[in-house]
Design a protein. Structure first.
Length: 527
């Protein structure tokens, strides 16, 4: 007992010594500036709370540009195009569009494309695979016909396929929407569903038809944000070249169509543009669409001065933050709907809004039209857009055009849709925002130039330690530059408080910035 009492007394004495030592070195308990912060609605005020990558397609995060401008960037067509051509005995010269994916489980690219049979007035779905997305094979999957044609399936309009990551029933893992008209007349046009365990063997939905009308490619996907199925298809009946949207919880019961674009705007008048269809890509918390802009439909002789654009289709970029309300994208980024009927040089705006152009008139393999596949794919540090290209205009036979087709690839830098460019020197200042993280990554090309960044407090003053002179300049091209101030990439001291970032660009292009968490923060308690 006496020994235990002595031990306890020694322990108490040791604690007192430690406390005394702590009081002597009390300054060591003072927290570094900004380490611990209160956060409430009054502090946040009108600051935007951001999570994830910030693009510059609209002005959501942009407060001011000086000496810099937003620029729409076009994808680069692969020099090996076309990657797929009709080279099998059962394939006529005219292929049609479809869907493409990269199967992470099987580590292979898969594509579904279509050809039209004049004899049956039906469209047949073909299957192709590739190890790298460049060299494609047409595997023998139809033993009866010794072909790559999906057995037992035909449609009046192209099917669109996707693999559903949320589906628990193996037989419904792959899903499809396709157009049909059982009596081969326009009055029975409708949209049907089908399911497959492997993307090759398909079973139609018993309650077909499920959606009234659509005589073009219907583009379904599962929205990761709403956890609903969404499809973009044509308005009607009757047949109207207008893009509409529908959604469903079970892929069987669909909402009424909502038209998301009107062709009654000044942007579409210079080239008599109508909207043939749209492909969708959920991307970094937003939605991007490829709008098929069909210009100057006609079966009449085309004047020479209008040959370069009449009766042809190219792709324009569209943009949404909620998947419901969409904005057209021009050379300077997203165009608010209210501006589409203002008095501007709309011919120039429409020309500059081209995202994927058709090829050179009567020279390139895709000079007549381009139609993207669903959906664009993110592959490493690039975005791949597979597309159908035609020689010959839409109504080729009326114009005496020889029509051939193929499937090609266009590549875009990751986040590369709209960049902020400074030809000489300029700045981009963000709106006030709050983020949680310790690192800021920047996707930018500053090769031959530079980018430095400063952080401003809510009062507009530069935050100590985060000035542009403290910032290590970015001088190379990289999709993941890490911002450093005073040779340190840890910026947790400016997290959880309203700040602005001001990017100073010289001969540089800025594509995005992203708050990240890269460090382990183990800190002691402070007074």
């Amino acid at each position: 007992m006496r020994q235990n009492h002595f031990t306890t007394g020694m322990l108490i004495a040791a604690v007192l010594v430690c406390l005394a030592g702590s009081m002597v070195s009390g300054k060591s308990l003072k927290a570094p500036p900004g380490l611990f912060k209160d956060l409430n609605d009054e502090i946040v005020a009108d600051a935007i709370i951001i999570n994830g990558k910030q693009l510059f397609i609209d002005d959501y995060i942009i407060e001011e540009l000086k000496g810099a401008e937003k620029v729409l960037n076009q994808p680069t067509k692969d020099p090996a195009n076309p990657l797929i051509v009709p080279d099998r005995p059962w394939e006529p010269p005219g292929l049609n569009r479809g869907a493409v994916m990269y199967d992470k489980q099987e580590k292979i690219y898969k594509m579904w494309y279509v050809f039209y049979s004049d004899a049956t007035e039906r469209q047949f779905l073909c299957y192709a695979t590739s190890p790298d997305g460049i060299a494609w094979q047409k595997p023998l999957i139809n033993q009866k016909d010794r072909s790559n044609v999906i057995p037992g399936l035909s449609a009046s309009n192209p099917p669109c396929v996707f693999k559903d990551p949320a589906e628990t029933a193996p037989r419904r893992r792959y899903k499809m929407l396709y157009g049909d008209n059982p009596d081969r007349t326009a009055k029975t046009y409708s949209t049907n569903a089908a399911y497959s365990p492997d993307g090759i063997h398909w079973t139609p939905e018993p309650s077909n038809p499920i959606i009234p009308f659509s005589d073009t490619l219907s583009c379904p996907f599962r929205d990761p944000r709403t956890r609903r199925y969404v499809a973009y298809l044509r308005y009607g009946p009757p047949n109207t070249r207008i893009v509409s949207r529908i959604e469903s919880r079970d892929f069987i019961h669909w909402s009424p169509k909502v038209t998301i674009f009107s062709t009654r705007t000044k942007m579409d008048r210079p080239f008599a543009t109508i909207h043939y269809g749209m492909k969708i890509m959920p991307y970094e918390g937003i939605y991007l669409g490829l709008l098929e802009a069909y210009h100057g439909e006609t079966i009449q002789p085309i004047p020479k001065d209008k040959e370069p654009w009449m009766d042809k289709t190219n792709e324009q970029l569209v943009f949404s933050r909620n998947g419901l309300t969409w904005l057209r994208v021009g050379r300077r980024g997203a165009i608010p709907h209210g501006e589409l009927n203002k008095d501007l040089d709309w011919k120039k705006v429409a020309e500059q809004a081209t995202f994927i152009p058709y090829g050179r008139h009567k020279k390139d393999w895709d000079w007549g039209s381009v139609y993207s596949f669903q959906p664009p794919l993110v592959v490493d540090d690039e975005i791949r857009i597979y597309y159908l290209g035609h020689t010959g205009r839409h109504w080729a036979s009326y114009h005496g055009d020889k029509r051939t087709s193929g499937i090609g690839l266009a590549r875009l830098r990751l986040d590369g849709f709209v960049s902020i460019n400074a030809a000489a020197a300029g700045t981009m200042t963000t709106k006030k925002f709050v983020f949680i993280g310790d690192t800021l990554e920047v996707n930018a090309n500053a090769k031959g130039g530079s980018i430095v960044v400063e952080a401003l407090g809510a009062d507009g003053k530069v935050i100590e330690g985060f000035s542009k002179t403290d910032c290590m300049p970015i001088t190379t091209d990289n999709i993941q530059h890490v911002l450093k101030w005073k040779d340190k990439d840890d910026c947790h001291l400016i997290q959880a408080r309203p700040i602005r970032l001001r990017f100073h660009l010289k001969k540089a292009k800025l594509y995005s910035f992203t708050p990240c968490i890269r460090h382990k923060h183990y800190v002691q308690s402070y007074d």
